[in-house]
Each structure stands twice: as C-alpha cells, then as structure tokens.
Design a protein around this ligand. Structure first.
Ligand SMILES: *Cc1c(COP(=O)(O)O)cnc(C)c1O
Length: 406
C-alpha cells in the first residue's frame, strides 16, 4: 500500500527542515529526486552571480582579485564547507574536480609512506575513483588492489600505503564507519582518503574526530554549487607540513606573486591549489554552500533516511519492480529500484515530471536531499511509478533509448 496523502502532509507539517525548500528555485510541477546528482538552483544564486559579473568583473576588473577577495575564495569557501564535514576551517580548500583532488591527495599519501607499494580500494567504487588510481599507480609504479567490502580489513597488509574509500556508496548507499576504518588502516600503517561525494551535505561527517587523513567531496551534488562546480579537498592538521601532492601549481605556492623559479609549498591545505580559481563557479558554489546555513545535519540525515524508507516501502508494493532494501544500519540519501527496462521506465517517469536517474543495466536511482524533498513528493513519485508500470507506457517508441543519457 502506498502512503496516504494525509499521512505525508502530516509529516511535512511536522518537518523542522521544511522551510529550507524556499532557499531554492524549483520548477513548478516537477518532483525532483536527483539532487544527489545535480543539486537544484539556490534562489540567491542568480543575483549573486549577476553581481559578480557586472560589478566585480565588469567594474572592478583585475582589481577584484584583491578588492572582491577573489584570490582567497578557494580558502574562504573551504572554511565554509569545513563544518559540513566536521573539519577545522583551515583543513579544507575548494578547488578543481573530485577526480583531480583524488589524484593530488593519493599522490601525497604515497609520498608519506615511501616503503609501501599498494593502494587499496573497494572493487565496486565509483568509476572515476578507480580510473584516477589506475593512472596514478602506473605513474608511481605501485599496485592498485581492488577488493570487496568484506575483504578490505584483511587486505590491509604491511604494503598498503593508502586506503581509498567512498563514505556513502553511489549505488548501494552503504556507509563505511569512518572511525573504525580509519583506525583499522592506521593500525596497519596505512593512510586513509575518503570520497564524500554522496555524504557532504547529506550525512553527519566528522573528518577530524574520526581520524581521517585526507578527503575529497563534490560541489554540485548535495552542496548545490551548480553543474561542474568546484570540488573540495581536506587534509588533517597532522599532515599540513608534510603532505606533498604530486600536482604542484602556482596557486599552491608559498608566495605565488613572487614569481620564484622553484616551487615551495604554501602552508597547510592551501598547497592543494593548482591554477587560477574559476571565480564565477566559485561564487555559485558559495551560494550553494550557503543553503546549509543553520541546518542541523543530524536532522537532515534523519529526514533523508525517513524519506528513503517511505519510498522503498511504497515501491516494494508495486508490481514489476524490485527494491534494493536500504542498508539496515546507516545509509546515504538515495535508493535503487530495479526494472529490466530501467532506462525506458525512467524516461517515461521524467516525461511525467518525476526526475531520477538510472545506472545500467537495471537500476533506477532516486535521491532525497533533506533541504528540498517534501514528504508529499514521495506520494507523487510513487503514483507516477505505479502509473508508468501499470499503463505499460514505457514500451512506447518515444521512450526508446537514444543517444547519450546521464
Ligand atoms: C560524483 C562522484 C564523483 C565525481 O567526480 P568529478 O571529478 O567531479 O566528475 C567522484 N566520485 C564519486 C564517488 C562520485 O559520486
């Protein structure tokens, strides 16, 4: 049985986070369940961006590097992201992409563990994480070992320099216990690098307290920074003076405007910067991060968990789909329901205004960010899934796969 509209309306009325939705500009008539892949537009963003273009760039011209504080944006934005991931402000910078930051931090970890020749990661991790590590392993002449989740601890032998883990898995939504895995890695003499792409802004994260060494996270998912937003990178205070990424650019130099002949690292996380920051994208990310002002992340995690469970339970009653049961302990803010023609079914759902995404071959993924998702959305989405399945409209030619779909 699907949850009743009255039951969902009562949950919305009692939701302490319901007001946060007004911080966004969401198109009417759309049930957006893909904010875990691309966060929606923050309401304050268009004006902020227009002002940056017209005033800071147009009027200020090059003076704005100082007058508008452009040069410090990666560090200021890092400090704004830090409380969202449980880090001290100076441990985080906003820069580059998740992929690039993975490379920088993993290379720094290898350099900190010279005798060790293995990078360990989970076999089913997000593709770019594996691809970046494959390239780095080849360059550095080390081995990349990929094992199932259950075999990670046993694989932490004396040769592992780095354990790379995604905190909340992009498909299963399983969450690693950061404190336990960090301690296990450290006991084996390895360092840890956490990918927070599906955690930052969705779950309570305590990088400092849980003993993480390094972390990366995504700006365009739960942080709402816009398509291709800058990512962020974290390094724990104990590594500030010693970690040396292999990608060294002038913005990470101790004195970039001395134009010295040789590289000398800036202090702390600032050394993770490479080239000139994309200011328009940084301003957009700033507006995205600001949507978290005053938000209790424990409440956000708890609301997303409730939304996931309500949706999963409702979907499990529908014919023709199977639901990946949400992990019993802790999980991320999305859930997978499976159908052999997932792409067609999702395309038909999107035509009805219910937007999720799909991962081949048969997974439809629905995300429930706490700031924007209403309990009522669960009912609307389940009704649409039911209608698409019972009508069989997904078989129609107009829903046939064509071209590239993301
Ligand atoms: C979204 C995501 C990325 C994205 O990497 P980009 O370099 O920003 O494209 C990386 N890792 C994980 C686990 C992700 O979910």
């Amino acid at each position: 049985m699907l949850p009743s509209p009255a039951q969902l309306a009562a949950l919305d009325a009692a939701d302490p986070l319901s007001a946060a939705r007004a911080r966004f500009r969401l198109p009417p008539g759309i049930v957006y369940l893909d904010g875990n892949s691309l966060g929606p537009l923050p309401a304050a963003l268009p004006d902020r961006l227009a002002q940056t273009v017209a005033s800071e760039w147009g009027d200020g011209l090059i003076r704005s590097w100082n007058d508008a504080g452009w040069i410090d944006l990666p560090v200021l934005l890092g400090a704004a992201i830090a409380p969202i991931v449980g880090a001290e402000p100076a441990s985080v910078v906003a820069c580059d992409s998740v992929s690039l930051n993975l490379f920088k931090l993993a290379s720094a970890a290898l350099a900190l563990r010279p005798g060790r020749r293995t990078i360990l990661m989970e076999a089913s991790d997000f593709p770019t994480d594996a691809y970046v590590m494959q390239g780095l392993a080849q360059l550095a002449g080390v081995t990349l070992k990929r094992v199932e989740r259950a075999d990670l601890a046993a694989a932490l032998d004396g040769d592992v320099a780095l354990l790379l883990l995604t905190h909340a898995h992009y498909v299963t939504s399983q969450v690693h216990d950061m404190e336990v895995m960090s301690a296990t890695a450290h006991k084996a003499g390895a360092l840890t690098l956490w990918d927070l792409s599906h955690s930052a802004g969705a779950l309570v994260v305590n990088l400092d307290a849980d003993g993480a060494d390094f972390a990366v996270g995504c700006g365009y998912k739960f942080l709402n920074g816009g398509p291709g937003a800058p990512a962020f990178a974290y390094m724990a205070r104990r590594h500030w003076d010693t970690a040396q990424p292999a990608l060294t650019g002038w913005m990470g130099h101790a004195a970039p405007f001395d134009f010295a002949a040789d590289y000398a690292p800036a202090s702390g996380a600032r050394r993770l910067l490479t080239g000139t920051p994309p200011i328009l994208a940084m301003r957009a990310l700033e507006a995205g991060v600001a949507t978290f002002d005053g938000i209790d992340l424990a409440a956000a995690e708890s609301k997303s968990r409730q939304l996931v469970h309500l949706f999963a339970a409702g979907a499990a009653t529908l014919p023709g789909v199977t639901v990946d049961a949400p992990p019993a302990v802790r999980h991320g803010a999305h859930v997978i329901i499976r159908h052999p023609e997932a792409r067609r079914v999702m395309t038909a759902l999107i035509a009805r205004g219910v937007i999720g995404d799909m991962r081949p071959p048969d997974a439809m993924r629905f995300g429930f960010p706490a700031l924007t998702t209403r309990f009522a959305d669960i009912g609307l989405a389940l009704e649409a899934v039911q209608a698409v399945l019972t009508s069989g409209e997904w078989r129609e030619e107009r829903f046939a796969p064509k071209g590239m779909v993301s």
